[in-house]
Design a protein around this ligand. Structure first.
Ligand code: HBI
Ligand code: FE
Length: 299
């Protein structure tokens, strides 16, 4: 899941792919040999820029996972080589998909410790923004933390939970938990606030905005609160939720979601920028960024 989900994604269709998939699990060959020099060049530009930005910004587990994987600036990684290392370490594999896949297909992969990664890379003119998760978002953003045993178990638990939540009709609630952790999570490390969410880690602008800007709220993570909070798919987040460490995510897997879903279903949702009297506030945002955006839109 990258920044904005497209209409297609909301309707359970993979955007940009009109025909039915060849295989029922939507996997394709990565086609590594087919990448052009231009495409490897886009990867290199993104990799170099983002590696610099993440110094002192990414959490220690992200940096460590990256260092131990065959991922570098020189070329788009080969999923088979990534899978060899991941399989040894945490039992995960990377499989290639053409873009967004239907929710059920996505959850089935995750629940079997297969991470679906887009095999395509954004075009040079999309370097800062694209609507679908490409190989840079999926591999640079997500794969380093799949080397961490806690994150490895947490993402699998999300896959299992997703299948269940879909049957119960409460997927929107669970998807918010994924969004505010795996995609846009921040972590309080001993030496400061750090990024662990892939949507932030793969974005040059949001990796600075999320940590350094006065605009967004930074609130201590609370599961029920997060389940009730809408999120933005078309802009930076108005609120980031901060965990104390990755272990906190595994605690989530032990919570009785049935009881929680029941309680949350009957209650109103919160706006993306809301701050409640019950929140543990790390930073109360000025809201300037989204205020300016709204003003700009109405001119
Ligand atoms: N497909 N490839 C891909 N990547 C995602 O992150 C993704 C997806 N399909 C559905 C989906 N995410 C989300 O809508 C669910 O996590 C709810
Ligand atoms: Fe993602």
């Amino acid at each position: 899941m990258l920044q904005p989900l497209t209409e297609g994604a909301k309707h359970g269709l993979a955007a940009g792919v009109s025909q039915l998939p060849e295989r029922s699990d939507w996997t394709i060959d990565q086609g590594w040999q087919q990448y052009t020099a231009l495409e490897h060049g886009v990867w290199k530009r993104l990799f170099e820029r983002q590696s610099r930005l993440l110094l002192g910004r990414a959490c220690d587990s992200f940096v460590q996972g990256m260092a131990e994987l065959p991922i570098d600036a020189s070329q788009i990684p080969d999923f088979r080589r990534l899978s060899d290392i991941l399989m040894q370490r945490t039992g995960w594999q990377i499989v290639a998909v053409p873009g967004l896949v239907p929710d059920k297909v996505f959850f089935e992969h995750l629940s079997n410790r297969r991470f679906p990664a887009g095999n395509f890379i954004r075009k040079p003119h999309q370097i800062d923004y694209l609507e679908e998760p490409d190989v840079f978002h999926d591999v640079f953003g997500h794969v380093p933390l799949l080397m961490n045993p806690v994150m490895a178990d947490y993402i699998q638990a999300y896959g299992v939970g997703g299948l269940r939540a879909q049957k119960l009709g409460v997927l929107d609630k669970l998807a918010r938990v994924y969004w505010y952790t795996v995609e846009f999570g921040l972590m309080q490390q001993k030496d400061g606030l750090r990024i662990y969410g892939a949507g932030i880690a793969s974005s040059s602008t949001e990796s600075v905005f999320s940590l350094d800007d006065a605009s967004p709220n930074r609130l201590h993570f609370d599961l029920e609160r997060v389940m009730r909070t809408n999120y933005r798919i078309d802009d930076f987040q108005e609120t980031y939720f901060v965990i104390d460490g990755l272990e906190q995510l595994l605690e989530l897997a032990k919570i009785d979601f049935n009881t929680l879903y029941e309680r949350v279903q009957g209650q109103p949702d919160y706006a993306p920028g809301a701050v409640l009297p019950t929140d543990r506030v790390l930073t109360r945002g000025s809201g300037r960024h989204h205020h300016d955006q709204r003003k700009g839109a109405s001119l």
